[in-house]
Write a new protein. Structure first.
Length: 553
């Protein structure tokens, strides 16, 4: 076996290192075995990663059973759901880089032989994928699983329902007691948000990418089968070291296309675009926004998942999970079947093992998709020369034209929704929320939930250089590039400018001449940075455009 850890623990000149390991409870025998890092994103802040500390014990059991030595270490996570709608939400995308850096630094510094990356909330899975590409030691991603749906008045609930109920309450259409009842019921325990929001989008994509064991992620967080799978993952990690199968052998252009197809067919989060641009960059693979459009265009939407569909992650698991989705993609000719996965089997072989639950309604038959193209659409025009992204579930209007209502930050929008300043036909513009301008490119679920809850979802559009939660629905365009903070056209808009969105022609434009835009740009001045010290200021100085994945290196 190729074991980097020997450099750390073997020889008389490494006695001090061994002494330190022994102080932590490891033996000489432990140090002779493959040393497997358990990179855990556990936290007590929020449900998504709350259970990972307990689950790690079962991963470690599997590592030991397979003849390895587990070494658990921790990294950070930021709860998107808790920070949503606040200044704290700016830290979310920044955390992806810190997660990647910290997983890499510990494993690289201690020269670990392999890694199990345990993930949950939104940025932990992409952060782990980035780190594993840098390390390129045998590794596997293990997603902690989804929360079970809440239940209220005979219907399933997710966190999306709470945000929309907040909007309904502000308009007086539900009572304070009803809002409280929805709040109390929506999140019944541990696990990541239940719809095909960003966490589950990335969990399903990483299985199609090949870095996670097929079927491991969709098992709900509190299902006893999750512990059994954790043991299997621990064994698999040691096996990967023995086979010397590395992330850069698994992650290829073809496997990334498989992952993007999984996002398209499940109606996944637009954040998947941002993250896979970053992943491709990290692995040295060419990928552009136009590739997402091309793959989405040829991939049918076949899985009915919230927010655009009817079901949640636990329903998909019961229906047959990601093996069933992979088999549908294979049958439609939308899967590169020969891509290798961590199990050593190809993705086509994994798809062939799918078991479909009779009568399930979550994954549509191959010949009866929800719609013939996937949920991701990339638009360009004089407002987004470098592109922007919208997620279409299949029932949204294709066009919208209306006057701009311009806001310089997210916080200013909610009062406008509540006091009736935003009316049918408007195009809400939220700018200076991009990677540099935020900094950190906040998600806007607080705002989009309020718009939907206020009954404006079918008559108002929204564009921003920020991001959207995977729980966002409606005609909401994000990742507008170039962003306002660097002088992109969105910085030049004024109230009343007529904006036209056409998803059929994939265009986003404002009814202003090139000359008028040039004159406004000449008069434009960049605002002062919102942070001048610390991690946020550092990020703003380093981060690239959203159209390039908002990477920092």
């Amino acid at each position: 076996m190729n074991r980097p850890s020997r450099t750390i623990v073997e020889g008389t000149d490494r006695a001090a290192a061994r002494a330190m390991y022994k102080a932590a409870g490891y033996t000489d025998e432990d140090m002779r075995k493959p040393m497997i890092g358990i990179a855990n994103t556990w936290t007590e802040i929020g449900p998504c990663n709350f259970h990972l500390r307990h689950l790690a014990e079962f991963v470690k059991q599997g590592v030991r059973e397979a003849g390895g030595t587990p070494l658990e270490y921790n990294t950070i996570t930021v709860s998107d759901g808790i920070t949503m709608g606040s200044e704290g939400m700016k830290t979310s995308l920044v955390s992806r880089e810190v997660i990647a850096d910290s997983i890499e630094l510990v494993a690289r510094g201690h020269m670990l032989d392999g890694v199990v990356a345990m993930t949950g909330c939104d940025k932990t899975t992409p952060g782990a994928i980035l780190a594993l590409g840098r390390l390129d030691v045998p590794s596997v991603v293990f997603y902690g699983g989804s929360i079970m749906p809440g239940r209220h008045n005979g219907r399933d609930l997710t966190i999306q329902d709470v945000f929309e109920a907040m909007g309904a309450h502000s308009k007086g259409t539900i009572t304070t007691d009803e809002l409280q009842a929805i709040e109390d019921a929506a999140c019944p325990g541990a696990g990541s948000c239940g719809g095909q929001f960003t966490a589950n989008t990335m969990a399903t994509a990483v299985e199609l990418l090949g870095l996670a064991k097929m079927g491991s992620g969709s098992i709900p967080a509190t299902d006893p089968a999750k512990q059994d799978m954790a043991v299997e993952i621990g064994r698999l990690a040691v096996d990967l070291v023995r086979r010397d199968l590395r992330p850069r052998q698994i992650v290829t252009r073809a496997s990334i296309e498989n992952a993007i197809a999984s996002i398209a067919t499940t109606g996944g989060s637009t954040n998947g675009v941002l993250h896979f641009l970053a992943i491709a960059h990290e692995y040295g693979i060419e990928l552009s926004l136009d590739d997402f459009q091309e793959i989405s265009q040829r991939t049918p939407l076949m899985v009915s998942m919230k927010p655009g569909g009817l079901f949640v992650a636990s329903d998909l698991h019961q229906a047959g999970g990601m093996p069933l989705v992979a088999s549908r993609l294979l049958a439609r000719g939308c899967l590169h079947a020969d891509c290798i996965t961590v199990t050593g089997r190809s993705i086509g072989e994994e798809a062939a093992l799918a078991v479909e639950t009779p009568g399930q309604q979550v994954v549509r038959p191959v010949d009866k998709p929800i719609k013939l193209s996937g949920g991701l659409v990339v638009l360009r025009g004089n407002l987004a020369p470098d592109g922007c992204v919208v997620k279409l579930a299949g029932h949204e209007r294709a066009q919208h034209s209306g006057p701009a209502k311009v806001f310089e930050r997210e916080e200013d929008v909610l009062p406008a929704v509540h006091n009736g300043s935003i009316v049918a036909g408007d195009v809400v513009v939220i700018r200076y929320e991009g990677p540099v301008g935020g900094p950190g490119m906040r998600e806007m679920l607080h705002v989009t939930g309020a718009i939907m809850g206020a009954g404006l979802g079918e008559s108002v559009a929204l564009i921003t250089d920020g991001r959207f939660s995977g729980a966002t629905r409606g005609l909401m365009l994000g990742h507008v590039a170039p962003e306002a903070a660097v002088g992109g056209p969105v910085a030049l808009l004024r109230d009343g400018d007529r904006i036209t969105i056409d998803t059929a022609t994939r265009s986003l434009s404002v009814a202003l001449s090139d000359e008028e835009l040039a004159q406004r740009h000449q008069a434009w001045r960049a605002p002062a940075p919102r942070y001048t010290t610390g991690v946020m200021a550092k990020y703003a100085k380093l981060v690239s455009s959203a159209s390039q994945g908002a990477v920092t290196g």
